[in-house]
Design a protein around this ligand. Structure first.
Ligand code: SF4
Length: 184
């Protein structure tokens, strides 16, 4: 078993936090481990928990559409979450759950070594970049941190029913396209 598969095994059998109790499946994440682009959301929803795959519900379809609009495919990127197990009732993940889970994500990012890490939503932004950053002010602006480029984006779930956030999410993806075109 290689390092990646060992990590997957640890995640799918993990019980480091209370979210293990209510899950159907831990959602490890999926995509190309040789990619330049990683998207990190907050946590699995109902459909993701059922299928054990990230972003497969309505928000996932919107994410796929945005990825395709900038000339990429879902299979070209890696998609994961801050917490790997579903918070009940789709509540926000608690700080202690994020703390318990985030080392798995850091290990995934270290293994993939992408050029750009797109944070989807404020939990991802606050965990990976800084807890005081305002998503409404900083979305679409690349941030350099510890040798990595982070691009704060709105969460597709937030943009599903709010037209103004859909426009902002589309803007965020245009910034990603620009970063990739210039080699980041
Ligand atoms: S959310 Fe993360 S830390 Fe908690 S049980 Fe699932 S994999 Fe383990």
């Amino acid at each position: 078993m290689n390092v990646w598969e060992e990590l997957r095994e640890k995640v799918v059998t993990c019980n480091k936090c209370a979210l293990a109790e209510g899950r159907t499946n831990a959602v490890f994440g999926e995509g190309d481990v040789n990619t330049q682009v990683v998207f990190i959301g907050e946590g699995p929803g109902q459909e993701e928990d059922r299928q054990g795959r990230p972003f497969v519900g309505a928000a996932g379809k919107l994410l796929d559409k945005m990825i395709e609009e900038i000339g990429l495919k879902r299979s070209d990127v890696f998609i994961g979450n801050i917490v790997k197990c579903r918070p009940p009732g789709n509540r926000d993940p608690k700080p202690e759950e994020i703390d318990a889970c985030k080392d798995y994500l850091f290990a995934q990012i270290a293994f993939i070594n992408p050029k750009v890490i797109c944070t989807l939503g404020r939990h991802s932004l606050h965990t990976l970049v800084h807890p005081d950053i305002s998503i409404s002010k900083e979305h679409g602006r690349a941030v350099n941190k510890m040798g990595k480029v982070f691009l704060p984006m709105y969460h597709p779930a937030a943009a599903l029913y709010r037209r103004e956030l859909l426009d902002k999410l589309r803007y965020d993806f245009e910034q990603l396209k620009r970063l990739l075109e210039r080699g980041v």
